[in-house]
Structure formats: structure tokens, C-alpha cells
Write a protein that binds this ligand. Structure first.
Ligand code: FAD
Ligand code: NAP
Length: 322
């Protein structure tokens, strides 16, 4: 068991955590990043990324994250292969315990544990992820330009994804397991009035089916009222049944909203505990993009640096006054 100390402890190695690390390291805070079970975060499970600024051509998600990590290490970040199992935020130092028993101690803590899209867990879904099945219309909608697309779900996310996808296709079908939507009325009205969108009610997806080329060709559906089975041909299916932010560690320690996201001071990454910051998908249920995660990671590092500078100034002033 080893104790690792740093001025900036970062939990999570997606775009938010690594961007915080790049800024923190360049400010001389010698950050430690604890990587977790998915080093590099969600982008490591996708292929083409073509909306992250700085690259004229499509880049691969895993490659982008390797580069981000290399940049963070190059400026002085220490990367740890560990997963945090508990945290103590009582301060003044914030501590986190790894699953092997190592202790990480930070003068500041940046939480960048991200979120995971929820999946249906049915046959073919995982195998066809990135080959016709996606959980992010903003990221992957472009690849289905002019094709027939399905969106699965009935909440705000599903309706927004369906509306967004009409930018790419005039044949979008929302597939929902009930006969009414959970989404806000205004979004429902827009969806139901849209000429490019149809809705299939009371249908559950039972299987994602691949064609000979290994990409999605159809969905097997079951009617939730009658049990009747049917096939729905489509080349793109967007699963939009919600996201689960990774906030289990912080329950009872930080304010968590009804969706499970860490609550921050609006427009900032500041939590209610001075010195503890949250950035990226773990605190953002609206944008959920790599570039916004990186942006809030940068903000967290800048705020952490300011927090420490102010605290050190106050400590010096109080010593001088004695
Ligand atoms: P994440 O990337 O989720 O990273 C979270 C990190 O926290 C991981 O490293 C994980 O290991 C770590 N962690 C979690 N729990 C612990 C723990 N207990 N201890 C230690 N570490 C922990 N966005 C785009 O902008 N463009 C795209 O093209 C795009 N494509 C996407 C494709 C797919 C299939 C998916 C799922 C998402 C896509 N996104 C895309 C969204 C983008 O990936 C996310 O918005 C972004 O990764 C969020 O970054 P993050 O750093 O907040 O969290
Ligand atoms: P959500 O509101 O929880 O809706 C999830 C939808 O997926 C529901 O319609 C649910 O069906 C369906 N679903 C869940 N599990 C399923 C399964 N296994 N099989 C089939 N369908 C399943 O999630 P969300 O839409 O991602 O929204 C999450 C939160 O973010 C909400 O608070 C939402 O208001 C908010 N949000 C807001 C905005 C906005 O304000 N513009 C945009 C996006 C999200 P049932 O209805 O049958 O349960």
C-alpha cells in the first residue's frame, strides 16, 4: 500500500480528466490521474470522430485519447492504473482509495468520472456498436446521411435525437415500448408534427440483426401489447434510453441531482465543497460531447489553481499576522 500525494488529484481519464491534467501540469500542480476501468473514457469505444476541433480529417476515438494522454504525460502528469473505490471529502486534503488499497491524497480534487449510455442489453447490440448501432446522434448521425434510421426510447433524449437526425435523413422512426412519450410536451409536439419522423408505439427491440457485411440491416421487434413479432429494416439504430453518470462514489458526499449528475455552481465546475470540482459528463446532462468535457476540464484546473493560490495567500497572511 502506497500513499501518493499531489496538489491536484483527478479521478477519470476521459477528455475532461486529461484536459484538467494538461492545464494542471502546466500550472506546476503535478497532477495525478487515476484512470479507472476505461482508460481514455468513452471515446475509446467509438471509431470515427469528426467533430473534435483541430483535425481536418476524421480521427479515431482511441487514437485521439492516446494523444491526449501523451500530451498530459509530456507536461508532467502522473497516470495511475487504478480504480477508486471510496473517497473522503472532509478535507483539508481530499483522499481517495484505490481498489488495491493505495491512497491518493490531493490538495484539490477534480472529479471526471464521466457517464455511460444505457444500453438495451439485447442480442446483436454490442457486436454492432459502431457498425450501425450507436448511442450518440450528434456523434454518429452524419454517417447515416440519406439512410433509414431508428431511434429507441421515449424520453427527451430520444425525441431530441430523432429531431436532430432529420438533419441527415428524411426517414426517421422513433420506436417506443409504450403508447405515450415521457418527453416534454413541447418536444412531443415537434416530433409528432415532423414530416420526416414516424413513431412505432408499443414495440420492444429484441435483436439487432447484421447483414452479410457485418453491419446493421434490421431490428427484430415484439409488440408489448400483443406479443406479435415483426422485422424493421434499418441501417442505423440509436439507443436513447438515458445515461448513467458515474457518481456512486460521491452519493451522500456531494449533491447529486435527480438524474444522478453531480450538482455544480451554474456555469462553473465548482461543487459545494471548496477545492472539489466536477467536469465533463459527470456534471453535464445536456451537451455530453468530448469538446465540452475537455472545456469544463480546463475550467476545473484553472479554478483549482485559483483555489490553492487563494488558500496559500490566506495561510501566509495569517502566519504574518501572528
Ligand atoms: P468519460 O469519457 O466517460 O471518461 C470517464 C473516465 O472516468 C474514464 O476514464 C473512466 O475509467 C473513469 N472512471 C470512472 N469511474 C472511475 C473510478 N471509480 N475510478 C477511477 N476512474 C474512474 N463526443 C464527441 O464530441 N464526438 C464524438 O464523435 C463522440 N462519439 C461518441 C461515441 C460513443 C460510442 C460514445 C459512448 C460517446 C461519444 N461521444 C462523442 C461522447 C464523448 O465520448 C463524451 O462526451 C466524453 O467522453 C465525456 O468525457 P468525460 O471525460 O467527461 O468522461
Ligand atoms: P429518461 O427520461 O429516463 O427516458 C428514458 C426513456 O427510455 C423512457 O421513455 C423509457 O421508457 C425508455 N427506456 C428506458 N429503458 C428502456 C428499455 N430497457 N427498453 C426500452 N425503452 C427504455 O432519459 P432521457 O431521455 O435520457 O432523459 C434523462 C434526463 O435528462 C431527464 O430528466 C430529461 O428531462 C433530461 N433531458 C433534458 C433535455 C432537455 O431539457 N432538452 C434533453 C435530454 C435529457 P418509459 O417511458 O416506458 O419508461
Amino acid at each position: 500500500m502506497t500513499t501518493h500525494t499531489t496538489r491536484m488529484l483527478i479521478i477519470g481519464s476521459g477528455p475532461a480528466g486529461l484536459s484538467a491534467a494538461i492545464y494542471g501540469a502546466r500550472a506546476g500542480m503535478e497532477p495525478i490521474v487515476v484512470q479507472g476501468l476505461q482508460p481514455g473514457g468513452q471515446l475509446t469505444i467509438t471509431t470515427d470522430v469528426e467533430n473534435y476541433p483541430g483535425f481536418r480529417d476524421v480521427v479515431q476515438g482511441p487514437w485521439l485519447m492516446q494523444e491526449m494522454q501523451a500530451q498530459a504525460e509530456h507536461v508532467g502528469t502522473r497516470m495511475m492504473w487504478d480504480t477508486i473505490t471510496s473517497v473522503d471529502l472532509s478535507g483539508p486534503k481530499f483522499t481517495a482509495t484505490g481498489d488495491g488499497g493505495d491512497i491518493y491524497e490531493g490538495d484539490t480534487l477534480v472529479i471526471a468520472t464521466g457517464a455511460q449510455a444505457k444500453w438495451l442489453g439485447v442480442e446483436g447490440e454490442e457486436a454492432l456498436s459502431g457498425k450501425g448501432v450507436s448511442a450518440c446522434a450528434t456523434c454518429d448521425g452524419f454517417f447515416f446521411k440519406g439512410k433509414k434510421i431508428a431511434v429507441i426510447g421515449g424520453g427527451n433524449t430520444a425525441v431530441e435525437e430523432a429531431l436532430y437526425l432529420t438533419n441527415h435523413s428524411d426517414d426517421v422512426t422513433l420506436i417506443h415500448r409504450r403508447d405515450s412519450l415521457r418527453a416534454e410536451k413541447i418536444l412531443q409536439d415537434r416530433l409528432l408534427a415532423h414530416p420526416s419522423i414516424s413513431v412505432l408505439w408499443n414495440k420492444r427491440v429484441e435483436q439487432f440483426v447484421a447483414g452479410e457485411d457485418g453491419t446493421l440491416t434490421s431490428l427484430k421487434l415484439a409488440d408489448t401489447q400483443t406479443g406479435e413479432h415483426s422485422d424493421f429494416s434499418t441501417e442505423g439504430a440509436f439507443v436513447a434510453i438515458g445515461h448513467a453518470p458515474s457518481t456512486e462514489l460521491f452519493k451522500g458526499k456531494l449533491e447529486i441531482d435527480g438524474g444522478g449528475y453531480i450538482v455544480v455552481e451554474p456555469g462553473t465546475p465548482k461543487t459545494a465543497i471548496p477545492g472539489v470540482f466536477a467536469c465533463g459528463d459527470v456534471m453535464d446532462h445536456i451537451y455530453r460531447q468530448a469538446v465540452t468535457a475537455a472545456g469544463t476540464g480546463c475550467m476545473a484546473a484553472l479554478d483549482a489553481e485559483r483555489y490553492l493560490a487563494e488558500r496559500e495567500f490566506a495561510d501566509k497572511a495569517s502566519v504574518a499576522a501572528q
